[in-house]
Design a protein around this ligand. Structure first.
Ligand SMILES: *Cc1c(COP(=O)(O)O)cnc(C)c1O
Length: 469
C-alpha cells in the first residue's frame, strides 16, 4: 500500500484519497509518498509506445491504490484525449535544432501547461466527491493562468463549485475573455475592485474563518496539491520516450530537461521522475528576474523576497517571491529528515527569511536566469532561425537551456504556455500578432458571466452563501 507523509515529520500516514482534497498537512508541511516506486529498464521499455492516457495510468497506479484500477484507467482516458489536448501525442516533441527539442505542454483548454494536471484533478475530484457524497466549494485568487485552468477543469463537474476572485479590469483582455465566457452554472467569476493582493487577502480571510469554511465546505486547489504534481511526472516520461530511439544500449540513454520555473511544481515533478529511475542527466531550472531559485542552486542559500523585491516581468507566471513546492525537494535533499525541514521552514525562514544548505548535493540540478532583454532576443532568434514563435516563459527556458547543452545529451525544453496568451511581448519582439488557435477565434465577443464586487471579505462571503444551495 502507498502511504503519504508530511515533509515536517508528523507521524500520521495517509492514503491518496485522503490527501487529494486537502491542502497543507496539519503540521504545515507538504505531502509526499513514503517512497518513490522504482522503474526497471524492462518496465521502461514496456511503457515506450503506450498512448499517453495509458502511460499516465501506469505511473499514477504506482501511487494511487485506493481508487479501483479500472476507474483510475477510465479517469486517465477521459482526461487525456486528442479533443482536449489537440493531438494524439498529447505532448508532442518539436525539434528546434540538433539535440534541442520543445515539448508542447500547452495545447489544453487554457493554453498553459497547468491544464495537464488540472484537467486530471477535475476528474479525480468529481470521482472522490461522488464516492463520499460530498460537495466542495473551491475559493481561489488569480491573476491569470491558474484561475482559468481551474475553471476549465471544474466546469460542469458534479459536486464542485468554483468561486474565483480576480482583480477587476487588471487581467489581460484575452485572460478575461477566457474566464468570463464560461457559462457553466458551477463557475463563479468574482471581479474584485482591487489588486491581486486584495484578492489573496480575501481568500485568506475567508479560509481563516473556520466556521464559515466548514459550513460552506470551502477548499482550494493550489500548486502544492500532490495529485497535480503527480500528473506532471507523466510528461517527463513521455518526453523521454519521444527524444530517445528505444535502441538498447549498455547504459540507458539520458536526456536533460529545462523547466521555466516559479513555484517549483513543474520541475519537482522532474525530480520525482528521476528518483523513480527515469534516465535524466541534468534538470535545468530557469528563472526570470525573480531569481530566488537560481540563487539557491548557485549558492546554497534560499532567501525569500518581500513584495517590494518581487518584480513584475514579461514572464508573469514566474513572478514569485517564494517557491511553494520547494519544501518537497528540500525534504529529499536532507534525506527526508522532517525535523530539519520543520526547523528550516517554520523557524529559520520565518525569523530570518533565509536558510543555507551545504551546496554539494543538489541531485544534478543546475540553474540560470533570464531577463526581459533575453526573452525578447530569444523569441526573435527562434522565429528567425526556425520560424517558431515561443511564449516569454518558454523563452526564459530556452535561453538558460543553451547554457547547459552537452554533446550527445538531448535537451528537452518544456513549453509552458502558448504565445497568444502574452501577445504584447510577442508584438514587441516580432512586430506581429501571435497566431491564435482556431477554436479561440472570436473569444472576446462571447457573452460574459462575471460579478463585480468591492474588495471586501463580507461581500465575497455573502456572495458564496447566496450561491451555495
Ligand atoms: C505556472 C507557470 C510557470 C511556473 O511553473 P511552476 O510549477 O510554478 O514552477 C511557468 N510558466 C507558465 C506559463 C506558468 O503558467
Amino acid at each position: 500500500m502507498m502511504f503519504y507523509l508530511s515533509t515536517r515529520g508528523d507521524p500520521a500516514r495517509k492514503r491518496f484519497c485522503d490527501i487529494l482534497l486537502e491542502g497543507l498537512a496539519p503540521d504545515g508541511g507538504l505531502y509526499l509518498p513514503e517512497h518513490y516506486p522504482q522503474i526497471t529498464p524492462e518496465q521502461l521499455a514496456k511503457w515506450r509506445g503506450l498512448p499517453y492516457a495509458d502511460l499516465a495510468f501506469e505511473i499514477l497506479s504506482l501511487y494511487i491504490d485506493d481508487i479501483p484500477a479500472d476507474r483510475l484507467r477510465a479517469i486517465c482516458r477521459k482526461t487525456y484525449t486528442a479533443e482536449v489536448f489537440g493531438t494524439k501525442a498529447i505532448v508532442p516533441l518539436k525539434k528546434l535544432e540538433e539535440g534541442v527539442f520543445l515539448e508542447a505542454l500547452s495545447n489544453g483548454p487554457t493554453l498553459a501547461f497547468k491544464d495537464m494536471a488540472m484537467q486530471l484533478l477535475g476528474n479525480l475530484f468529481e470521482y472522490e466527491l461522488g464516492r463520499r457524497g460530498e460537495e466542495l466549494n473551491i475559493l481561489g485568487a488569480t491573476s491569470g493562468d491558474t484561475g482559468s485552468a481551474a475553471e476549465y477543469a471544474m466546469k460542469g463537474k458534479k459536486g464542485v463549485r468554483v468561486f474565483m476572485t480576480s482583480p477587476h479590469g487588471r487581467m489581460s483582455p484575452f485572460q478575461q475573455a477566457q474566464m468570463f465566457s464560461l457559462q457553466e452554472a458551477n463557475i463563479h467569476n468574482l471581479a474584485v475592485e482591487g489588486v491581486f493582493d486584495d484578492c489573496q487577502d480575501i481568500v485568506k480571510a475567508v479560509s481563516n474563518d473556520l466556521e464559515f469554511k466548514r459550513k460552506y465546505k470551502i477548499g482550494t486547489i493550489n500548486s502544492i496539491n500532490w495529485a497535480r504534481l503527480l500528473a506532471q511526472v507523466v510528461y517527463y516520461f513521455a518526453g523521454y520516450f519521444q527524444a530517445t530511439s528505444g535502441r538498447v544500449h549498455a547504459t540507458p540513454e539520458k536526456v536533460s530537461f529545462t523547466v521555466p520555473s516559479g513555484n517549483f511544481g513543474n520541475i519537482c515533478a522532474g525530480h520525482v521522475a528521476r528518483m523513480m529511475g527515469l534516465p535524466i542527466d541534468q534538470l535545468v531550472l530557469a528563472t526570470n528576474e525573480n531569481d530566488v531559485l537560481d540563487e539557491f542552486f548557485r549558492t546554497g542559500v534560499y532567501r525569500v523576497r518581500g513584495s517590494a523585491d518581487t518584480y513584475e516581468t514579461s514572464s508573469p507566471s514566474m513572478d514569485i517571491s517564494k517557491a511553494s513546492n520547494f519544501e518537497r525537494f528540500v525534504f529529499d535533499l536532507v534525506r527526508r529528515d522532517g525535523a530539519t525541514v520543520k526547523r528550516l521552514f517554520s523557524e529559520e525562514l520565518r525569523t530570518k527569511g533565509r536558510f543555507a544548505l551545504a551546496s554539494d548535493a543538489k541531485f544534478g540540478f543546475v540553474s540560470g536566469r533570464s531577463t526581459h532583454a533575453d526573452r525578447i532576443a530569444t523569441i526573435r532568434d527562434t522565429f528567425e532561425r526556425f520560424e517558431v514563435v515561443i511564449d516569454p516563459h518558454t523563452a526564459d527556458g530556452l535561453k538558460v537551456a543553451r547554457e547547459y547543452l552537452r554533446p550527445d545529451v538531448r535537451m528537452i525544453v518544456l513549453e509552458t504556455a502558448l504565445p497568444i496568451k502574452f501577445a504584447a511581448t510577442i508584438r514587441e519582439a516580432l512586430g506581429r500578432e501571435p497566431n491564435r488557435p482556431t477554436k479561440l477565434l472570436g473569444l472576446e465577443s462571447l457573452p460574459r458571466r462575471v460579478q463585480v464586487l468591492p474588495a471586501d471579505v463580507q461581500a465575497v462571503k455573502a456572495y458564496i452563501a447566496a450561491h451555495v444551495a
